[in-house]
Design a protein. Structure first.
Length: 451
């Protein structure tokens, strides 16, 4: 085994073990093993790793989206002066792979917008810090990046806002608010994308957009504060925003159907803030135009019959479903609460072969995200899917508010949920619908009247 393989093995073990002490001990080993390799690959005389030449480009690409002034992270790494004081912590977090945050296992490149560092990038950062966090020559500094809060793609066809900007009170705890927008879809509408655009990045931690059926009652204010799981009331989550997550634009011919009479709602997780804040998060909708042939489908791996005993470090539940059509898997979504430990979606093909669809070895409630495949995965009809959620109700789980409780399904973050979703297309579906601004048009070229 060469030193590189050995070092990879250690990183893998670090990820598996989770125990801080072991992580720290191995961290030193990883760096020790790294050094000879990296030094020898550098030209003589140029092996001094500096911020401006070597580290700043990595931070620009992989950290600055969050670590900048106005970003979601509490500290900026955009300049040497800002980053340097965090050196020790940066080394720890990148070597342990806690930063950048990403929770699915599997090779780099399997998912879109995967922020993980390469082994070389980790080595460069570690070596910079080992060498005394040198600044280097200012002329090596990469050009600054400008960060704008604007719509992706183009101006959306429909943009909705909450009734009035939400006033978030200063406080030490996370807050959850479910907003429902006034807009009612007047017709059945096919959409290509629903984009959530956070207003105030200082406090919007993540936001999930839902299609809300008329039966969900909302107060006049337009929002419900506190622990409230909209999906438990019949809404369907259709999009999400979390830092670093780019919105989904469905491929040509694929769309999602929003029934007539539906509204849109958004559940926002606000991070604690030392000062009062205002947020006005918006949702933009992009209508399908031209031909729609496939309705994006969802395979649900949810269970509500959770019963987690007190102090159980690894309670596990499986939900099994089968694809009733040849399918193309586009993305996954996973949702649990504070006791969520890990999640696995496993495929068993009709010929008996098994494959991991997605594995989240260290689930973290703070980092909700959707995992979009770079290469959509085609699976045959009859493929069996096991959705396996594992929970840690012991005191080893640092997020666990009370290991002595037995835990059931519920809407509060201190209750539990088990949601796994596969978003897919049916290979054989051919709807052959002509749509204009998302609404089906007939031969006569007039919109279908449904009211
Ligand atoms: C998607 C957003 C995001 C990205 C990308 C990201 N971070 Fe972070 N980082 C955060 C947030 C939010 C926190 C604070 C809360 C936490 O620790 O989870 C944080 C915390 C940290 C801390 C802990 C600071 C302390 O309190 O000691 C370090 C170090 C860090 N990040 C380094 C990095 C580095 C280095 C990169 C890039 C290689 C990076 N992060 C990329 C969001 C991000």
């Amino acid at each position: 085994m060469n030193s590189r393989q050995y070092q990879l093995l250690i990183i893998e073990r670090v990820i598996k073990m989770k125990k801080l002490l072991i992580v720290l001990a191995l961290t030193t080993a990883v760096i020790a093993i790294y050094l000879p390799d990296t030094v020898s690959s550098n030209a003589p005389g140029s092996n001094q790793v500096t911020f401006t030449k070597d580290v700043a480009p990595i931070f620009r690409n992989k950290c600055e989206e969050c670590h900048r002034s106005g970003g979601v992270a509490p500290m900026s790494f955009a300049t040497y002066e800002e980053a340097r004081p965090w050196s020790k912590s940066i080394r720890e977090k990148v070597v342990s792979r806690e930063m950048p945050p990403f929770h699915a296992a599997g090779p780099l490149g399997q998912y879109q917008h995967d922020p993980r560092l390469t082994d070389d990038e980790v080595a460069t950062i570690a070596k910079w810090i080992e060498g005394g966090s040198q600044k280097g020559n200012l002329k090596d500094m990469p050009a600054p990046k400008t960060w704008k809060n604007e719509w992706p793609f183009r101006q959306p066809d429909l943009a909705v806002k909450v009734k009035s900007p939400y006033k978030l009170k200063a406080g030490k705890t996370d807050q959850y608010v479910f907003f429902v927008f006034d807009y009612v879809f007047p017709e059945e509408t096919w959409v290509k994308s629903i984009v959530t655009r956070p207003g105030n990045l200082k406090v919007v931690h993540h936001a999930n957009t839902h299609v809300v059926p008329p039966m969900v009652k909302v107060p006049d204010s337009g929002y419900i504060e506190g622990d409230f799981e909209p999906s438990a009331r019949g809404t369907v989550m259709v999009a999400g925003w979390a830092p670093g997550v780019s919105p989904v634009l469905l491929t040509e011919g694929v769309a999602v159907k929003i029934p007539k009479g539906m509204k849109l709602g958004i559940q926002i997780h606000y991070a604690p803030s030392e000062t009062d804040q205002i947020d006005e998060t918006q949702v933009g909708v992009y209508f399908a135009e031209g031909m729609v042939n496939k309705n994006l489908r969802v395979l649900f791996g949810d269970r509500k019959d959770l019963s987690i005993p007190p102090n159980d470090p690894a309670y596990s539940l499986t939900s099994t479903k089968t694809f009733d059509t040849d399918a193309i898997i586009d993305f996954y979504h996973i949702h649990m609460h504070l006791r969520g430990k890990s999640y696995l979606i496993r495929l068993t093909y009709p010929d008996g072969r098994q494959e991991t669809a997605i594995e989240v070895p260290r689930y973290d409630f703070n980092w909700q995200r959707t995992y979009l495949l770079t290469q959509p995965l085609r699976v045959p009809k009859g493929t069996k899917v096991d959705f396996i959620g594992t929970y840690d109700n012991s005191s080893k789980n640092k997020f666990n508010p009370d290991p002595s409780q037995s835990i059931k399904w519920g809407e509060k973050t201190t209750d539990e949920m088990m949601q796994g979703r596969i978003f897919y297309e049916s290979v054989d579906e051919k709807l052959n619908l002509k749509v204009k601004k998302g609404v089906v048009v007939r031969e006569t070229d007039t919109a279908v009247k449904t009211n």
